[in-house]
Design a protein. Structure first.
Length: 241
């Protein structure tokens, strides 16, 4: 049964409370049975209906952020006058900065698209043996050099795809792969040092001290040293004579 018809039957007393659905399904029907009907009137915001009710004193009537309708009066953003932008002709010329950090996203020619000759001129990746001899600061600097170079390659690839140049993808991808191998090698060396640091902490917690090992090595060296020849001095004296 349609709910307006059910409501009319309830108002006229043709339906008992037991026949009504549960309150959580139709709370309005139970409200009409337990409370007296309240007189209501239609409300309209049209100009024809609202004109006879007096002047609309709501200053924010019609203001909506969804429909982008502004207020009917001006709003002061500040008590001070807002500055006006300067035209390009009146702007002062600034000196160029050749060593600016943003130039790191571009090749040395300061062009957005690098040449294939520049991308193809690169060496081999760093090996593990070479990076093991580097300090922490050197590895840190080398890592960010690789990051800057990959950013430069990404800038050239974006410009190449925008212009639809159709060349240079193979060289730039090879250069990027070599840099990725270097970065993976740096992580491998740092991982080895971290494991060595954990092993040193574990041995130190067990009571091991490095000077103990040095003392044992010195004792072993003394035991393995050859004995001196007692006739060596006599032989030297006879040679001098």
């Amino acid at each position: 049964m349609h709910w307006p018809a059910v409501a009319r039957l309830v108002q006229h007393g043709s339906m008992a409370m037991a026949e009504l659905p549960p309150p959580y399904l139709a709370p309005s029907l139970h409200f009409t049975m337990t409370r007296s009907p309240v007189q209501t009137s239609s409300f309209s915001t049209t100009s024809a209906v609202a004109a006879g009710r007096g002047r609309d004193m709501n200053r924010t009537r019609g203001v909506s952020a969804i429909h982008r309708t502004g207020t009917r009066f001006k709003l002061s953003a500040s008590k001070y006058p807002l500055p006006k932008p300067v035209s390009a002709d009146q702007m002062k010329a600034r000196p160029a900065t050749p060593n600016h950090g943003l130039w790191g996203f571009f090749p040395p020619s300061h062009e957005a698209l690098s040449t294939t000759e520049y991308d193809a001129a690169f060496g081999r990746p760093w090996s593990v043996q070479e990076l093991r001899n580097k300090s922490w600061d050197d590895l840190h600097k080398l890592w960010w050099v690789c990051v800057k170079e990959r950013n430069r390659i990404a800038t050239s690839n974006l410009e190449r795809s925008r212009l639809k140049a159709g060349f240079g993808d193979h060289e730039s991808n090879q250069r990027d792969d070599a840099i990725v191998v270097t970065q993976k090698t740096i992580k491998h060396v740092l991982r080895e040092r971290y494991y060595a640091w954990e092993e040193a902490n574990r041995l130190y917690a067990k009571g091991y001290r490095p000077q103990d090992q040095d003392t044992m090595e010195e004792a072993a060296t003394e035991e393995l040293a050859p004995a001196e020849d007692p006739f060596k001095e006599d032989a030297v004296k006879e040679t001098k004579l």
